[in-house]
Design a protein around this ligand. Sequence first.
Ligand SMILES: Cc1cc2nc3c(=O)[nH]c(=O)nc-3n(C[C@H](O)[C@H](O)[C@H](O)COP(=O)(O)OP(=O)(O)OC[C@H]3O[C@@H](n4cnc5c(N)ncnc54)[C@H](O)[C@@H]3O)c2cc1C
Length: 481
Amino acid sequence: MSSTPTSELIARLTGVVGDAGLILDAPGKAPFLRDWRDVFHGQAVAVVRPKSTAEVAGVVRICAEFGVVITPHGGGTGLAGGATPLDAPGQIVLALDRMNRVRDLDIVDNVLVAEAGCVLQSLQVAAEEAGRLLPLSFAAEGSAQIGGAIATNAGGVNVLRYGSARQLVLGLEVVLPDGAVLDRLRRLRKDNAGYDLKQMFIGSEGTLGIITAVSLRLFPRPVQTQAAVVAVGGPEAAVELYVRLNAEMGEFLSSFELISAAACKVSLDHLPDANWPFRGGWSVLVEVATSSPEVPLADILEAALGRALEHGCAEDAVIAQTLAQGQGFWRVREGASEGERAAGKSVKHDVSTPISRIPALIRAVEAGLAERFPGARPNIFGHVGDGNMHVNVILSPAQANDPQAPERINRLVHDLIAAEGGSITAEHGVGQYRIADLYRYTSPVDMGVMEQLKRMLDPAGLMNPGKVISSAAAVDGGATH
Ligand SMILES: Cc1cc2nc3c(=O)[nH]c(=O)nc-3n(C[C@H](O)[C@H](O)[C@H](O)COP(=O)(O)OP(=O)(O)OC[C@H]3O[C@@H](n4cnc5c(N)ncnc54)[C@H](O)[C@@H]3O)c2cc1C
């Protein structure tokens, strides 16, 4: 920040957002200055809460003038420290929670236009009330905002069928680091007029601008859903089962989730009364859905699973008989991460590989841990149909007390991911947490292009610095390649 006194900055910001749009007291600011897991902590002179795009633009222009750093903040559910400011002076947090209006919902265009601060779950409800489906869905949807979900290219349980945020966004409105408003809030299914600028901001974690509104694709609402748990011999059989089910009924397949034997135990230890048909082995949770009442969905699923049993890639299968039973299956799947917290200190990896490489990756991680970190327990589960897995590691008590252990285990898992042609993050993003690893596993050419983009849009390096791109490379003249 320049030498301008904080009082002058606050007076100017108050002129844009009013007293109601500013949090200045320490208890009020506190939740915005630490992350969801309480790992990252930072500072800000104020939390600024604009309630319109014009107010966001006004705030950003003042920050550009005063040289004040901005950290955009959505629901604060990100696990990479992206929404937490750095521990440095001269910063504000820009919270989008007061920008929470649905601007339009059109069932002919099948589009929902919403402001960035809308909580994801509220948009799912709005779509459902209009007889449509907004398929973006993950466990933090009751707190995450649509702007944060897009800034992290969120996915979740329906990516297999509908894609992640990248595929669901038709248009964006973004306030750029100089305060200009990029109005690409279109609702076109096809548009070849120049570069597809919206894609640059999806997954950019608030480092290139502030997303203020979004237009999202809607889909026909399923009227039938069937869930089944399938016992499989291991990840090899799970991938074989996926290939078969995808070939035989791919148009109905919406989720295909793998739960390792260890993850199943972790979850069931945490949820002892859970309704889960198989104990002690690997399983897959399959969900199929259709918007047609005429399709014999249960018969199609049963027949496909029957053929998989005959083939041998499935060992046993139970189809949920009621909606509640299906929801119970999902509780156990979600319990793999909740139970992990109860099982001890863990090192988390939200990685992806080509689907064909999943078994090799899992076997290599198991072998590597057994050899180099005896006592560490792999806790592996996730969205196999997207190649996106949680390859988490629960530490032994001795490892939990070793400050070097997480870093060394990270290196082991990420080296194996790189060897399988995968990505070190497919869910939570880079934030502050994974910058060093992003540079380690990304080519200098790729990083150079990202750094140039950052410097072009944000030459003063005021937009969420220290996230994704290294601080040294983010300002003009600071190229690392
Ligand atoms: C329990 C749990 C389960 C999850 N499951 C999945 C999953 O299955 N699949 C998956 O993909 N992800 C998953 N996630 C991660 C999830 O995608 C993110 O937590 C969520 O999308 C972040 O939204 P948020 O509003 O909380 O953003 P925040 O945490 O507030 O911010 C995240 C990042 O986006 C930036 N940002 C926020 N709002 C804006 C804006 N309006 N404009 C520009 N930048 C902005 C922030 O600066 C920060 O860098 C899960 C997270 C949790 C906690």
